[in-house]
Write a protein that binds this ligand. Structure first.
Ligand code: ADP
Ligand code: ZN
Ligand code: ZN
Length: 717
């Protein structure tokens, strides 16, 4: 009968247990429900319980309330029995439950939603029999992994020798060895050998019997690091956790981690919720990357949760970056220098092999316009000196990368006689002209149509593209550099599984001379023969309404530049080119000197005087409704509700405003910013606010269409 527990025998049910379930959003029920069980199963045990007419997965959270009368006041459901206990699985540990509870409280989501969604979807569907089968499959995988691993007694000379640590690495490793656990910001240039430091730290932890969790920002960065980890730790069990896996693979990886059989777990942000009974180290690579923030549902930051988890479990957390987020930089700055002094900082400024960082060259477009005429800057994507520099690369057999953060052919199509523009019928946005399949496509709602033969408004056939996207850039570069082999990588060219990998392989194999791409190519890929990186429209970030745009631009360019010429031999002639109308801007000046600390200091000064993060703590309340008025009146009402609260005294609630893209897929969106100088003050308000938000949303006449979401520490406002 396996481990299925049969509760059908009368008289066997005796104790009450609190079971956590994932209830539908805004359900009036508490997600901790009392159930009857024959035994006091320990907290963290996975169970299946009846809920309404369904049977769902739940987590035993503790003893139930023996005093409460099941059909008394407030009990919305009569006490029912736990249907099955998945006790073949060890219970989720106390530390894991603490993490889930913290994340739910901090990001203002229900505990049931956060905890249950942190489990692999397949696990939530299994009954005890099915689970037993998966566990046996796991046992088999473990045995196979053990067999495949070289035995420790194998010829040690056959193992590849470890690289001798550089002086900087040696110093950093010595510091790490003598430090108490806590968050450490590893501030190291691209190619300074940060990954080697992670590997050495991982080794220490593995030898001491710990598990190591390594997070990277994107799925497509996992294969590289996976190969490196596997090569370095051949006898260790390594699993991945990310959304690119099949549900079965994800379940097996999760089980191996939870049962303590996996030594190394490599994953994207979701992996921060992995159950790791022997956790000994957390590494967050490229910690500044915005992908660590979940942008829907429970909007958590995996990086911030990692720091919390490290503290909670007494485990060191290594945050690595060449261009840290300003939050982390501020946290790592000693109090004496105006920082928060919460993290330690270790620096590795030099590149391995002494390779120089690429030279940064700014193309002053104002000067180019004066010299070559306005046409040279308005109709050509690349200024003559940049084209010349790319020609030189071409002649030497080196590669160039041209970055433009806008896909499609042109962001708008317009009519030259009546001024019609390709707007979207469902969004307050333009539809993008895609020349390859001659469509107008909305990048917000997906609405797509063939390009009309003539202007839909006046009938004139002369429709012209306005502005430039990657498709058009690719075409224009082909005209400027005849004979060059040009490739393009963006969300359009990489839609099919495996296409990104094959396109990257083409670049690596030297089949492409010039690569045009959006920021997705700037991350992590090591292009050895690339000696020029150009940003053709960098200025947009300088004047963006998003106060984090300069920080992102700086990180993107440093990172893209870091790709350039990793070979010491080529590094000498590697260059980053920027086309700008604001050549004297301090951001570019700092970039020319590769001076992140100076850039960060200037940004922090601005942020401090404007009382913005990291000097203030924010939350954003978003509302969606049929009309802008309905969305705003909801926001106004919940704002007004706080007027006489003591909790609101230290929190600034701004008036509601339409979202940056006000209408998407026929839904109107508005938002309201909350700001406080203390995190605690903000959270006191949010905690009291939750029920008010729910009630107000329910009261709104449009209850069925009004939706709201709180974003704590929002990245985009
Ligand atoms: P980062 O993560 O800082 O960008 P990596 O750790 O990837 O840098 O190191 C850059 C390159 O230098 C890699 O090819 C790596 O194998 C090599 N490397 C790192 N440390 C050493 C070392 N101590 N000796 C020789 N090569 C090293
Ligand atoms: Zn027209
Ligand atoms: Zn649209």
């Amino acid at each position: 009968m396996e481990s299925v527990t049969d509760y059908s025998q009368p008289g066997r049910t005796s104790v009450r247990l609190k079971v956590l379930v994932d209830l539908p959003r805004h359900s009036p029920l508490d997600p901790l429900l009392d159930y009857l069980a024959p035994e006091p199963w320990p907290a963290g045990t996975l169970v299946r319980v009846p809920l309404g007419r369904r049977e769902v997965c739940g987590i035993v959270w503790g003893p139930g309330d023996e005093a409460a009368c099941p059909d008394g006041e407030g009990a919305a459901v009569a006490l029912r029995e736990i249907a099955q206990v998945l006790d073949a699985l060890p219970p989720l540990g106390e530390a894991w439950r603490r993490l889930a509870a913290f994340a739910a409280g901090y990001y203002q989501r229900s505990l049931g939603e956060v905890a249950l969604n942190a489990l692999p979807p397949d696990l939530r569907e299994l009954d005890a029999t099915q689970l037993a089968r998966r566990l046996r499959r796991g046992d088999k995988l473990d045995r196979e992994a053990a067999k495949a691993a070289p035995s420790p007694s194998a010829d040690p000379a056959a193992a590849t020798p470890l690289p001798e640590p550089s002086d900087e690495q040696r110093e950093v490793l010595a510091q790490l060895a003598s430090m108490p656990p806590g968050p450490v910001l590893l501030f190291g240039a691209t190619g300074s050998g940060k990954t080697e430091v992670y590997l050495r730290q991982a080794q220490r932890v593995l030898e001491a019997g710990g598990q190591v969790l390594v997070l990277v920002p994107e799925i497509n960065l996992t294969p590289q690091l996976e190969a490196r980890l596997a090569a370095r730790f051949p006898g260790r069990r390594l699993v991945s956790l990310h959304s690119g896996l099949t549900p079965a693979q994800r379940l097996q990886g999760w089980l191996a981690a939870h049962r303590g059989r996996a030594d190394l777990v490599l994953g994207t942000r979701m992996a921060i919720f992995a159950s790791l009974p022997r956790l000994g180290l957390i590494v967050i690579d490229e910690e500044h990357d915005p992908s660590y923030k979940q942008q829907e549902g429970a909007r958590y930051s995996a990086r911030d949760l990692a720091v919390w988890r490290g503290r909670s479990e007494g485990v060191p957390v290594l945050l690595g970056s060449a261009t840290p987020s300003l939050e982390s930089w501020h946290n790592a700055l000693p109090a004496a220098e105006g920082g928060a002094g919460r993290y330690r900082r270790l620096d590795m400024p030099a590149r391995i092999g002494g390779g120089a960082l690429p030279r940064v060259r700014t193309v002053d477009l104002a000067r180019i316009a004066a010299q070559f005429g306005k046409r040279a800057v308005y109709s050509q994507p690349l200024a003559p000196p940049l084209v010349e520099a790319m020609r030189e690369r071409l002649a030497r057999g080196e590669q160039s990368l041209v970055l433009l953060n806008r896909r499609g052919y042109a962001p708008v199509l317009h009519c030259t006689s009546c001024g019609w523009k390709s707007d979207c019928a469902h969004c307050s946005a333009w539809r993008v002209f895609h020349r390859s399949d001659r469509t107008l496509r909305c990048h917000h709602c997906g609405f797509s149509e063939r390009v009309p033969f003539a202007c839909p408004s006046c009938g004139d056939p002369d429709l012209q593209p306005m502005g430039r996207g990657t498709e058009r850039l690719e075409e224009q570069i082909a005209e400027l550099l005849p004979g060059a082999r040009i490739g393009r990588i963006d969300a359009d060219t990489t839609r099919h599984k495996g296409s990104l990998e094959s396109q990257l392989a083409q670049v690596h194999d030297g089949e492409i001379d010039v690569l045009v791409g959006t920021q997705m190519v700037a991350k992590g890929h090591d292009f050895r023969r690339m000696t020029l990186v150009a940003a053709v429209q960098a200025d947009a970030a300088l004047f963006s309404s998003d106060f984090r745009a300069p920080e992102r631009l700086f990180a993107l360019l440093m990172q893209a530049g870091g790709r350039a010429g990793r070979d010491a031999e080529l590094a000498g002639r590697s260059e980053i080119w920027l086309q700008t109308w604001h050549a004297a801007h301090p951001l570019y000046a700092a970039l020319r000197r590769h001076d992140y600390p100076a850039f960060a200091a200037a940004q922090l000064l601005e942020r401090e005087s404007a009382a913005m993060p990291p000097y203030a703590f924010q939350a954003l309340l978003r509302a969606e409704a049929r009309s802008q008025e309905a969305a705003c009146s909801f926001l106004d009402a919940v704002s007004a509700a706080t007027l006489d609260w003591p909790e609101a005294a230290e929190v600034l609630i701004f008036p509601p405003v339409p979202a940056p893209i006000q209408r998407v897929a026929d839904v109107e969106r508005a938002q309201m910013l909350l700001e406080a100088s203390s995190r605690q003050a903000l959270h006191r308000l949010l905690a009291r606010w939750q029920p008010v938000l729910q009630q107000a949303a329910a009261r709104t006449g449009e209850a069925r269409v009004l939706r709201w979401a709180l974003d704590v520490d929002p990245l985009a406002i």
